[in-house]
Design a protein around this ligand. Sequence first.
Ligand SMILES: [Zn+2]
Ligand SMILES: [Zn+2]
Length: 486
Amino acid sequence: MPSSSPSPSVPGCFSFFSRKGSRRDVEQPKAVAPPKDSTYDDVKRTIPSAHQHFEPCCSPTHGFTSAAGVKPFLDDLPAYTSDGKVLSSDVRETIKTAIESYRDPLTAISLYISDNPELAYKEYKSAAKLVAFLESEGFAIEKGYKGLETAFKATYSQGKGRTWAFNSEYDALPEVGHACGHNLIAIGGVAALLGVRAAMKKHGIDGTVVLIGTPAEEGGAGKVVLIERGGYKGIDGCMMIHPAGFEANTGGVLTTLAFQTIAVEFFGRTTHAGAAPWDGINALDAANISYTSISALRQSLHPTDRVHGIIIDGGEAPNIIPDYTSMKYYVRASRANGVEELMTKVIACFKGAAEATGCKLKFMTEPITYDLRNNKLFAEEYASAMSELYNVPIPIELGEGSNPGASTDFGNVTYALPACHPMFGVPATLGRGNHTKEFRDKCRTEQAHTETLHAATAMSIVGARFLSDQAFADGATEWWKEDMKS
Ligand SMILES: [Zn+2]
Ligand SMILES: [Zn+2]
């Protein structure tokens, strides 16, 4: 999950904001007709090309460890209490045994992915490795799922029934590789798929179970693209798991922040800064006024809101009035509607700066990455399994209070259908959690893989119950519908 600044090495629209190279060398956003009485263009893209998102994953500063200690927001949460109605212990045991039997090949795949870190939409080796294994296991495979080269879908069907999905991520971060542990997420999804299939075969559970390989979580919001292209159509419930720098045998079902990026350009007019400054229109002034306005706005934000940005282009030389500047901002809030409200205020700062300086303003917003709306029934079944099988307590916090400041494109999945995204603990050195080289190395250990298979087993149990228990599936769906009303 989230980093807060792009790397020039990330392909796609990152090049649009690169400090190197001229704006004239790169693709400009396609403008819609600007308002007649305005000096700005509001450019919004809907279905993005593969590189138009910059969704960041876990925040190393606001995320899963803190300077003060590990899991700072977990201790005060209410303990989970089961209603006693869970998937039968026979089926649970089938899933647990099946997943454990795949430990060696899954660990090998995880280490291969960790050894070959690939950035958003370029996860060729990782996707191929996963697909090859799933093919060898007899799953029906769709490669290049929904037009994304490194997305895939693996399916097992038996009789008629509901469709359940798991997600696997396998993209890495620039410079630090698999420092968010997506190598573990990748095999977690595969393990859970194998577990449900084993349960379906042994216990006669009808339905369909799929694994969607979802690229570009750290930069590119691959799941948003897949949703927009119908990649989750026909799926009734979905889950994925994510490692975090907790302690061993910990975890939680927590929320994340909704999130949107805005890329801004100001166009002015060059002139000699000493000889004839009155002939210029200073685009850097517009950037400066924007930055200052947003900084003032920050005082009135809600505690969970975040607005943070950078100036990418600030001119060419001190003796030339800059005719061009570009900026990039992230806007985060607890819920998507909060992002929309906050973005309106942020855009007003840019418009005001354009008005004040006489610059022309062009901006481009990306689709909103939503907050996590974890499904209560899925979370409780997951927590029950983790507690019963591994004696791991799982706090469940479905409201906005536990928000760790992170963001994930799986949030959009939870808005599209009943879904859940538990976090599981991989022991980390204090203050060296997700997005650090130290955490990358922790995600290669035997203990990390044990934690992954435990979480995958609990997730697989939720999937098996969804397929086999009509009341559970109906209840989860109804709960989701109600939750979407709020
Ligand atoms: Zn991350
Ligand atoms: Zn991540």
